[in-house]
Design a protein around this ligand. Sequence first.
Ligand code: 13P
Length: 252
Amino acid sequence: MRKPIIAGNWKMNMLPGAAVDLVEGLWAQIAGFDAVEAVVCPPFVDIPAVGKALRDGSMSLGLGAQNMHWEESGAFTGEISPLMLLDLEVTHVIIGHSERRQLFGETDQGVNRKVKSALAHGLVPIMCCGESLKQRESGQTEDVVTNQVKCGLFELEPAQVSGVVVAYEPIWAIGTGKAATAGDADEVCGMVRRTVAGAFGADVGESLRVQYGGSVTPDNVSELMSMPNIDGALVGGASLKPDVFARIVRFT
Ligand code: 13P
């Protein structure tokens, strides 16, 4: 059985004080609900304060970063290393979000290095993939997504791949209010699973958790989560309000 995982990607929002209020407000509404693994991914500068709030309040929420460098230390101005994240008790890390690929030039090779490094350091990578509107309209979705998944997981051991979470986020659905239909999302998430099964074995494909992301709300989450290949959600805008994100986490 794959335990559903629902993560809030706060992107570049929330100062530390507001970030603490957000997790406290969230926890007040989901404490004791353990059917879903819930994760919050604040900006780097909020992580110390959010981590302290989680520990002080004994909140069993995952703490995720939104990016990291693959090296442990060195001359990489502006970057954050896996050791720095571990020191702050970070558990998860989003890797290769489409905003990082499109706006900051991240490549499949860089994503692969980061996924390898996250796994080597015991962090759960949430590796993102997804096609643009132009790619979808020209029938390239399968090629684009399977290529991103194969490149991102290149040279990993099958046992490692079971520990990766793949987030399928079609770029045209991010922040637009136009989520993919549950059927379309499931089709691509199934494609991701088959790609992984083909490369790493049927068992690994079966155990892989695949999230859908892109305009997930309390209104569409139940249908998305009812699909056979969707094991969770990566949520942007709707994760910034505690009551709204709590309704998503408690989708059942
Ligand atoms: P929205 O939920 O705001 O569409 O963002 C999705 C996303 O990019 C999560 O990583």
